[in-house]
Design a protein around this ligand. Structure first.
Ligand code: DQA
Length: 145
């Protein structure tokens, strides 16, 4: 089984970016944790982060045939990107949406996700561990089908 983890804009700054909200774990440390979890689950992991919306849209388009499912932190594009939503609709690959922070406890504009209703599930507010929970939930979903 192969799972892609897709990270949107500004997540390359994890660890130094608003640590009171997003914690002090860097993206590289987070990737290592998620890779270890994938290893325990016997899942092959693809990992990417981009600050370019089109690159994420192309990554989602490329999921078909390349991954069984995805864990996605779309970051700011969660709240704005119809293009990203359309890409997920086009490929139909199951995904879990993850957020480090609890987007429902922040500014009103963050409470709306343009992807959440397409997702298998959503994990928000549990920090870096949320990525592992999202991966475990996705894998359980894929194995249960
Ligand atoms: C985020 C929440 C988004 O609202 C924000 O734009 C981010 C990170 C999170 O992981 O908590 O960049 O997706």
């Amino acid at each position: 089984m192969r799972v892609a983890v897709l990270n949107g804009p500004n997540l390359n700054l994890l660890g130094e970016r608003e640590p009171s909200l997003y914690g002090t774990t860097t993206l590289a440390e987070l990737e290592a944790e998620v890779r270890a979890a994938a290893g325990r689950l016997g899942v092959e992991l693809l990992w990417m982060q981009t600050n370019h919306e089109g690159a994420l849209v192309e990554a989602v388009q490329g999921l078909r045939g390349a991954a069984d499912g995805a864990v996605v932190n779309p970051a700011a594009w969660t709240h704005t990107s119809v293009a990203l939503r359309d890409a997920f609709l086009a490929v139909g690959v199951p995904f879990v949406e993850v957020h480090l922070s609890n987007i429902h406890a922040r500014e009103p504009f963050r409470r709306r996700s343009l992807l959440a209703d397409l997702a298998v599930g959503v994990v928000a507010g549990l920090g870096p561990a949320g990525y592992r929970f999202a991966l475990e939930g996705l894998v359980a979903h894929l194995r249960g089908r």
